[in-house]
Write a new protein. Structure first.
Lengths: 110, 114
């Protein structure tokens, strides 16, 4: 069965430090993976998709099929990056419906 | 604001009562999704509509839950005979039929069952 695992509930770093939020997945085939973010008192929103291979707000994520991972990285964390981050994938090629991980709370300290 | 709209934002009810939530998607989006989120968990898929057709339902959607999208626009999620375990945030999302696969979420409706 398809599954998304985010092993860290909480990640705390200091401003300017590198950050890596881990995501591992279980999926047969070529997955399409997403990172969603929820800032305090805001709605859940898309941060980035692996297909687009772009950097959003300084974040990047590389799909590693060998390790079945899609870790989210940023070289220099900012206080405004503090938020809940969710990794997600669509099960069985289904359009739109997503399986989410449990999320990682990123706290960036001044 | 032309984003996904949900109401009510908060609902407190007694066990055994029925509750209904409404979702207004982004107007040009023909796909609509309901998710449930409990504390410490990510959003869990409940059901999905394409236009007025309910195409997929999760096993989480027990017989007490029913969702409709009668005209392919807004949707309602009704929970009958609520139980304390139904307390959660109910999220609605929409997306266009063809697109990047991005879901656009509403702010959610928080249900507390006493």
């Amino acid at each position: 069965a398809q599954r998304v695992t985010q092993p860290e509930k909480l990640l705390s770093v200091f401003k300017g430090a590198p950050v890596e939020l881990k995501c591992n997945y279980s999926y047969s085939g070529s997955p399409e993976l997403f990172w969603y973010v929820q800032y305090s008192r805001q709605r859940l929103q898309l941060l980035l998709r692996h297909i687009s291979r772009e950097s959003i707000k300084g974040f990047t994520a590389d799909l590693n099929k060998g390790e079945t991972s899609f870790h989210l990285k940023k070289p220099f964390a900012q206080e405004e990056d503090s938020a809940m981050y969710y990794c997600a994938l669509p099960p069985g090629g289904s359009q739109g419906n997503l399986i989410f991980g449990k999320g990682t709370k990123l706290s960036v300290k001044p | 604001d032309t984003g996904v709209s949900q109401n009510p934002r908060h609902k407190i009810t007694k066990r055994g009562q029925n509750v209904t939530f409404r979702c207004d998607p982004i107007s040009e989006h023909n796909r609509l999704y309901w998710y449930r989120q409990t504390l410490g968990q990510g959003p869990e898929f409940l059901t999905y509509f394409q236009n007025e057709a309910q195409l997929e339902k999760s096993r989480l959607l027990s017989d007490r839950f029913s969702a409709e999208r009668p005209k392919g626009s807004f949707s309602t999620l009704e929970i009958q005979r609520t139980e304390q375990g139904d307390s959660a945030m109910y999220l609605c999302a929409s997306s266009p039929r063809t697109g990047t696969g991005e879901l656009f979420f509403g702010e959610g409706s928080r249900l507390t069952v006493l």
